[in-house]
Design a protein around this ligand. Structure first.
Ligand code: HEM
Length: 148
């Protein structure tokens, strides 16, 4: 198994990065949709349009991309010689990807609130929450590239 993972390493890493790009595209865009939904969604037609966009973004792009990121990311973790847990970077990366996954699920719950007509967060609040994945992305990329 480790021989296979070592051989597949450039492919696993490519697929990991492709999945990461798709996941991050959605994770940055969905809270922006929530901002405009919270501010302009009183009109039932506009509300329906936002709900369709949010549902499709989450189900068709973000969920599969998150699963792909985890599968290929864990394959990289088990590839021999890639992660040395005596360094700090694997820990900062692990903590940040767990937080990113929590944020993904938080967005999923807010989407369900909108669907049920029960959103009680303001556009300003969603704008602020949008900074969370930005900060996590900075920590993740610096961890995995600088490898401190
Ligand atoms: C979801 C769980 C994740 C796991 C288990 C994971 C694990 C890993 C591992 C072990 C590597 C290989 C490092 C190397 O080849 O030296 C890697 C590479 C990488 N990861 Fe992740 N990762 C995850 C999520 C993410 C996320 C959310 C991002 C971006 C926001 C990200 C960005 C990257 C990048 C850019 C690389 C390539 C770095 C390089 O080799 O130059 N990863 N990941």
């Amino acid at each position: 198994m480790s021989d296979f993972l070592a051989l597949a390493y450039p492919w696993t890493k490519s697929l990991h990065i492709i999945a990461v790009i798709s996941w991050m595209a959605g994770i940055f865009y969905l809270p922006r949709l929530f901002v405009y939904h919270a501010e302009q969604g009183q009109d039932p037609q506009v509300d329906r349009l936002f709900q369709t966009m949010e549902y499709k973004l989450l189900r068709a792009i973000m969920n599969p991309a998150m699963i792909g990121t985890w599968i290929f990311g864990l394959a990289l973790v088990f590839t021999p010689g890639i992660v040395d847990w005596s360094f700090l970077w694997p820990w900062t990366k692990a903590a940040s990807v767990l937080a990113m996954t929590w944020f993904h699920h938080w967005l999923g719950k807010r989407r369900k609130d909108f669907e049920a007509g029960k959103n009680d967060l303001s556009g300003r609040r969603y704008r602020m929450m949008n900074e969370v994945p930005t900060l996590l992305m900075l920590i993740i990329v610096i961890s995995v590239v600088v490898k401190f």
